[in-house]
Design a protein around this ligand. Structure first.
Ligand code: SAH
Length: 449
């Protein structure tokens, strides 16, 4: 009988979706943090259930070739799950995750090497630090709201560290209290920092539950002044309870209310609430791959479905005749239109609405796409959308996905309904995490042309 506290020696054979090692112990899965496939470890059982167990590694007995030095001193932080796995092994793992998802649906196509980063650090352009009484500033531990104090985070932009240090000392000097989640009292809840990687501009958003004194705010402006590239300092008021980071009201404390950035020569304006891809260097890689697979000649009508702020649509517009973007969130559509205007691009139009409703409507009106790009949320495409695409029969369908499982499910349906799966390319947008982004190409089956 297995008991908590017991020591066992096991071999890890695979990883969970959260990056924990899985071994098999007396027929049930044993989950162990920080142990990689191919490794043997002595493990202390911490939880024993009839169907699964949890354990903590006490000693690593045999290390995998994939193991590398942990690059981060904050072991309790839940941000990066693959930090003891080398970059090349992470890229191969992500390719395998995609291959397994495709195989599980009986799909077979060439799967490229994962397009990764040579230097997978400081890649994020958006940091969101939680603040708790102390003041402690950092990120949550895995599966919890337990704060892990983090001074310097290796995946954030370097300016972020300085911003956090300056705000910590400002809170102490001006006696501005952190927000207490349990009691719903206090002031500072979160610090958000956004960076325009190509513009060098920095936006700082201080999220508060109540207004700090005016004198303290003046002091904050003075204290953050030396941050290189600081272009925008915003106070965001969030008085609600719950997990939502930003409230609806922004007050500009200093500078301008948005920052600029560019992707592959296209300009974008970023405001505190607007969605923008988090790894801009890899976003260029992802969109270029989508553009390559679309192989536009210049005469095509392109649909960009689930278009967000229109980034893919604007990328495609330079090589297409006409692009139609569709997106559910009205604010994102407003940003998409503003971004088109900012770049003086006139062959794109944006429609607000659910793709599964708007595409059938457009189809009924006689609008047809030669090339369709979809980039849905994790749950994948709605069946009503897939059915319309099967009837519309575009020449090419480029599927951008953040979830290999729903991607494979939808690809399997599409290959049963008139399309051929040609190729898939994994892209590493979030190094050191289990996330994998994919760009997959379907073409219209020849006998259906
Ligand atoms: N292509 C964009 C955004 C992709 S994220 C980019 O690369 O930046 C997925 C988007 O789908 C989000 O913007 C979300 O608001 C939108 N969305 C979610 N459900 C939708 C639906 N049913 N119809 C249209 N858009 C939807």
């Amino acid at each position: 009988m297995l008991k908590p506290g017991q020591l066992v020696t096991v071999s890890v054979h695979s990883l969970t979706d959260k990056g924990d090692g899985i071994a098999t112990l007396e027929g049930r899965p044993l989950y162990i943090e920080g142990i990689l496939p191919g490794e043997r470890a002595e493990v202390r059982l911490t939880l024993v259930k009839p169907n699964y167990c949890h354990g903590q590694a006490v000693q690593l007995l045999q290390a995998a070739a994939a193991r590398c030095q942990d690059f981060c001193p904050y072991t309790a932080c839940g941000g990066c799950q693959l930090r003891v796995m080398s970059n090349s092994a992470q890229l191969e793992l992500k390719r395998q995750l995609l291959l397994e998802a495709l195989q599980a649906q009986g799909l077979d196509c060439p799967v490229a090497q994962t397009l990764g980063m040579d230097e997978p650090y400081h890649y994020r352009n958006k940091a969101q630090y939680a603040v708790q009484p102390g003041p402690y500033i950092g990120f949550y531990a895995k599966h919890s709201h337990q704060l892990v104090e983090v001074d310097e985070c290796r995946v954030q932009a370097p300016e972020t560290t300085e911003v956090v240090r300056l705000i910590r000392s400002w809170m102490r000097q001006c006696a501005v209290p952190a927000y207490n989640e349990a009691l719903h009292v206090g002031c500072v809840r979160h610090i958000m920092v956004r960076n325009g990687v190509n513009s060098g501009e920095v936006m700082v958003v201080l999220v508060v539950a109540e207004m700090p004194a005016e004198a303290a705010l003046e002091q904050l402006v003075a204290q953050l002044g030396p941050v290189p590239g600081l272009a925008s300092l915003i106070l965001n008021l969030n008085t609600a309870t719950g997990n939502r980071v930003l409230g609806p009201d922004n007050r500009l404390l200093w500078g301008k209310d948005s920052i600029d950035d560019s992707l592959d020569g296209l300009a974008f304006s970023i405001s505190p609430l607007s969605f923008y891809q988090v790894n801009p260097r890899q976003t260029e890689v992802l969109y270029r791959e989508a553009l390559r697979q679309a192989s536009l000649q210049g005469h095509e009508v392109v649909f960009d479905l689930y278009c967000g702020i229109g980034t893919i649509a604007l990328f495609m517009s330079r090589k297409a005749h006409r692009v139609i973007g569709i997106e559910l969130v009205p604010e994102a559509i407003a940003d998409a239109r503003a971004n088109a205007a900012l770049n003086a691009i006139s062959n794109v139009e944006f429609h607000q609405g659910a793709a599964e409703l708007r595409v059938p409507e457009l189809y009924a009106e006689g609008v047809r796409a030669d090339v369709v790009v979809v980039d849905p949320p994790r749950k994948g495409c709605d069946p009503a959308l897939l059915e319309t695409l099967a009837r519309m029969r575009p020449e090419r369908l480029v599927y951008v996905s953040c979830n290999p499982k729903t991607l494979a499910r939808d690809l399997a349906w599409l290959t049963d309904h008139g399309f051929v799966l040609e190729q898939a390319t994994p892209v590493d947008m979030f190094p050191h995490t289990m996330h994998v982004e994919t760009v997959a190409l379907l073409t219209r089956r020849a006998d259906e042309k």
